[in-house]
Design a binder for this molecule. Sequence first.
Ligand code: NMX
Ligand code: MLT
Length: 404
Amino acid sequence: MIKEHGGTVISEVTLQQAYGGMRGVKGLVCDTSLVDPEDGLIIRGIPIIELIDRTPEEIFYLLCVGELPSDEDTASVKDEFAARSEVPEYLFDVLRNLPKTAHPMAMLVTGISALENESAFRARYDEGMVKEDYWESTLEDSLQLLAKLPSIAAAVYRIRFDKGDLIPYDPKLDWSTNYACMLGNDDPELADLIRLYLVLHSDHEGGNVSAFAAHVVGSALSDAYYSVAAGLSGLAGPLHGLANQECLKFLLGILERFDGKAPSADELEEFTWEVLNSGRVVPGFGHAVLRATDPRYTAQYEFGKAHFPDDELFKTMALGFEVIPKVLMEHGKAKNPWPNVDAASGTMLYHYGITEMLYYTVFFSVSRAMGMLSQLITSRAMMEPITRPKSVNTKWLKEQAGVS
Ligand code: NMX
Ligand code: MLT
């Protein structure tokens, strides 16, 4: 296709886009998923809303292979994870030696960086591996990292929040049930929520901050550990994955103001204006690509409605869906006033006793590693070159615009 149609124009770039975070510029290829402005996440042609009863094992297979697995395939992904689940003890020592005040995301990124020691890709590259084989050791690194990620993430939780001894991975259980159990909570409803959570957050095409960061780093042939650590460093920002922590803080602030009870619509409107007038963003609302309610929000909202509709936090979050878009429209800045994936997730976790909001982006990370890694495997299989767009300076842009 490149040979015969390489000159086909697929996008143009304006001065506004060069200064505006490249919004809307089509210059990246991602085959694992795409985000439709109205319909949201579509994984390999399947809308996310049709995948909400699936397991992360099935989603990872779908992301990598392009079709849903058979039961046998799913069982084999589960077994591949179980076989690689043991985490080297040095990694837990690293986590234990971090400051007591370390952010859980900094702990997770540090843990993953420490694990880079195990990279099969780096070892094979040093032995002179040919380009055609890059994808194979990248797949091995990806399976190793994903298999260990629930244990590392659970260790971050238990060490950072003094929850006692670490709980080992049980090879009989699947990936997401293991994660729930290793946190120290055996509630099957929480395990189902975590399964849903890990499915919903798995991928969001190639241009979001974490996917793009992981892609750029991976394109230098840095291995999967470096790439995911880079991507998650981006996810840790409040405009990206940390918005789930910020959103819970926002909702708890409302409850605190109104003595633990969900406010009236007028009260919530006033509170939202206070946030906007203080120059802050309303976390959990808006999106760079979406122009409608995020289906990943809807799926979580439906879960809460089915399981705990009378929870005051849930009621506040649900009221936010009615009130906040109207306020943002009146405010007139956000191009998309509707809730995104982060508007509901903290409310769900809080209900099941996971109240440590600093930890919430770690859940997002465990899930999003599937997207970053499947994208990396695909890039290596396609033998993509190093990412290196051309930058220009303001002097040159002024000349293009005829500004003296
Ligand atoms: N509250 C207040 N102002 C907003 C919001 C919001 N929720 N969303 C956008 N705006 C502002 C934005 O800051 C910008 O202002 P300015 O011109 O002063 O710079 C203006 O509206 C235009 O921004 P958009 O083009 O609508 O949004 P953009 O594509 O630049 O950014 C987000 C997208 C997601 C970063 C932005 O909507 C936002 O900051 N939302 C709140 C944080 C959040 O929920 N992030 C999570 C996104 C999902 N995720 O997990 O990554
Ligand atoms: C994501 O899931 O990565 C977020 O919705 C942000 C994005 O797509 O830009």
